[in-house]
Design a protein around this ligand. Sequence first.
Ligand SMILES: C[S@@+](CC[C@H](N)C(=O)[O-])C[C@H]1O[C@@H](n2cnc3c(N)ncnc32)[C@H](O)[C@@H]1O
Length: 213
Amino acid sequence: MGVEANALKRGWKAWLHAWLLEKLVEHYNQLTRTRKQALMNLVSDRVLEIGAGCGANLDFLDPRQVLWVATDINAHALRRARQRALRAGLRAQFCYALSECLPFPEAAFDAVICTLVLCSVRDPLRALREAWRVLKPNGRLVFVEHVAAASGTRLRAWQERLAPLWAGFTDGCRLNQETWHWLERVDFQELRIEHFSLPLPLVGPHIAGYGIK
Ligand SMILES: C[S@@+](CC[C@H](N)C(=O)[O-])C[C@H]1O[C@@H](n2cnc3c(N)ncnc32)[C@H](O)[C@@H]1O
């Protein structure tokens, strides 16, 4: 257990969020399949996933190449991730952990995966610095995140307007976050960020890419 007891979520709301997440995963994976597969091909050996949810990214990991360490604060999501890992035949470990405070030593992982997480964690910069800390030198953080639309657009205005309501329904997910700024503030020797858009209401604007420690 790597998480303060009060941060661990295991009540009915957590159950509902995990259930919904699993329902949405297939569609989202279809929309992002090419990008996700290209990024997941870059990771191998000891791979940490922060905010792993129900294990959506297991579809893209090679069981022969990866030991997957999944962390999250939602007990129901991690239970679903465990079932998915079993079905995929992947070597896996599970740990309740806040991304902002990872219970692992420095340089413990060859890669870190982060998808649709930085919108939800309370302190994304701290989470990214933690990911950097636990990466080995030359290790890689791969990410896919929905982000704020360009400022001045109608979509951005709607994101700003609906952000508080949205966060209430989605376990704290922020619609209007310029996540690329957080990534740029971490000390990666190389950082690749691609901006693109998916055909989704409100959460269409995305970034994907990787940072090398
Ligand atoms: C939108 S879901 C994405 C799950 C998964 N990464 C995916 O791509 O399907 C966000 C996940 O981040 C988890 N989460 C939110 N804040 C967190 C934090 N501070 N530390 C760790 N996990 C967190 C939530 O419990 C949830 O499972």
